[in-house]
Unconditional design. Structure first.
Ligand SMILES: [Zn+2]
Length: 387
């Protein structure tokens, strides 16, 4: 690990880990959650809102920034931190997931992947080398290798995709030269234990600064996701951060921390906020429901966020019903705060050796939302894979 990055494992309770990851733009207390700012912006929020919520890591999407406004423009403005006015740590994904789930007319070969932009249909190509060039120009603290995100349940396909993903990881490692940027490898292998172990072994030998578990939360069941983590986490180096990509449902975060994951990102809290779904310790609350029309209480009585300190459910419902932008913003502030507060509670529980108890109490109270959403997610993912 270069002098720009330092991972300190303070304490464990079972598989759960309390740690700090030091980056050039500050320390990240882990387990950590990163809100997603797809286009160098967390929708409806400003950097000062994120600082106020205690956010220590932001995720931005390489695929989206490459298409718009372009990585060279961001570089010209001093990189992502200066371009978007965020002084804390940033992570960018490799764009692989978007190419395989969002872009059109993908054509995959050994060297890379050619695709058409979902915005204007223009033709583009990503290779491990070009993605490293893009991420180094964007300048986040943490960059991810280019990988292929395949259907996690398709064994025959994953077997051949995995070898290519490993060769791409090697090429990314070679092409990556910025010492003030950490490069993380991504373990793939679907829901198949032997493939996950093979992937973890291969990538560990390449000696990345951190490791992600990719290719999950794309439609497998929760049980399949958890058992994949049970297999994968023990196969990863103890002295490096572990990142579960794209997972952000509160119950999944608690279960993944329990299995040894240190960091998370997800659009879920911000996306559902804009639909009027607000997170509480009891589960999601739909602020548009008629039952809130005359309710003077805040969304969550013991929440310290700006929204809960100042506004009633009745007022928020009114804003959502009237389609006022302020409603979306206040809802997003609350959901981001909820996630970061959840991580603070998780860290405190591990520090005090009561995370197992915290998990039991949290999961007993938190009402898990319908898995229907997961099935739809899978249908969409597969439809795009075929397209
Ligand atoms: Zn709140």
């Amino acid at each position: 690990m270069s002098t720009h990055f330092h991972f300190t494992l303070h304490k464990t309770e079972g598989c759960a880990r309390l740690s700090t990851f030091q980056t050039p733009h500050g320390a990240i207390q882990m387990p950590a959650f990163a809100p997603v700012g797809t286009l160098a912006n967390v929708k409806t929020l400003e950097p000062r809102d994120l600082h106020e919520a205690g956010c220590e890591l932001l995720l931005s999407n390489t695929y989206h920034l490459y298409l718009r406004p372009g990585h060279r423009l961001v570089e010209q403005f001093g990189g992502l931190h200066r371009f978007m006015g965020w002084s804390g740590p940033i992570l960018t994904d490799s764009g692989g997931f978007q190419v395989f789930s969002l872009a059109h007319k993908r054509k995959l070969d050994e060297d890379g992947v050619t695709f058409r932009s979902h915005i204007d249909g223009s033709r583009h190509r990503f290779t491990p080398e070009s993605v490293m060039e893009i991420e180094q120009a964007l300048g986040p603290d943490i960059a991810m290798v280019l990988d292929e995100c395949a259907d996690p349940l398709n064994h025959a396909y994953i077997v051949q995709a995995l070898d290519r993903t490993h060769r791409w990881a090697e090429r990314c490692k070679k092409a990556h030269t910025r010492v003030d940027q950490a490069l993380f490898g991504i373990v793939q292998g679907g829901i198949f234990p032997e493939l996950r172990l093979e992937s973890a072994r291969f990538l560990t030998e390449l000696d990345f600064t951190g490791y992600a578990v990719g290719g999950l939360a794309v439609g497998e069941t929760k049980e399949e996701m958890y058992s994949t983590l049970d297999v994968t986490c023990p196969a990863l180096p103890v002295n490096k951060p572990r990142y579960l990509m794209g997972v952000g449902a509160p119950e999944d975060i608690v279960e993944a921390v329990y299995r040894g994951i240190d960091m998370f990102d997800c659009v879920l809290p911000t996306r559902i906020a804009r639909n009027g779904a607000l997170l509480t310790p009891d589960g999601r609350l739909n602020i548009r429901n008629a039952q809130h029309a005359e309710d003077p209480r805040p969304v969550q009585a013991d929440c310290a966020c700006y929204t809960c300190r100042n506004f009633s459910r009745a007022y928020l419902r009114h804003l959502y019903k009237a389609e006022e932008i302020t409603g979306l913003r206040l809802g997003t502030i609350h959901n981001v705060h909820f996630m970061l507060e959840l991580m603070r509670q998780i860290r405190a529980a591990i520090a005090e050796d009561r995370f197992a108890e915290f998990r039991t109490v949290f999961l007993a109270r938190y009402q898990i939302s319908n898995q229907e959403v997961r099935h739809q997610q899978r249908e969409r993912f597969l439809a795009n894979q075929r397209a």
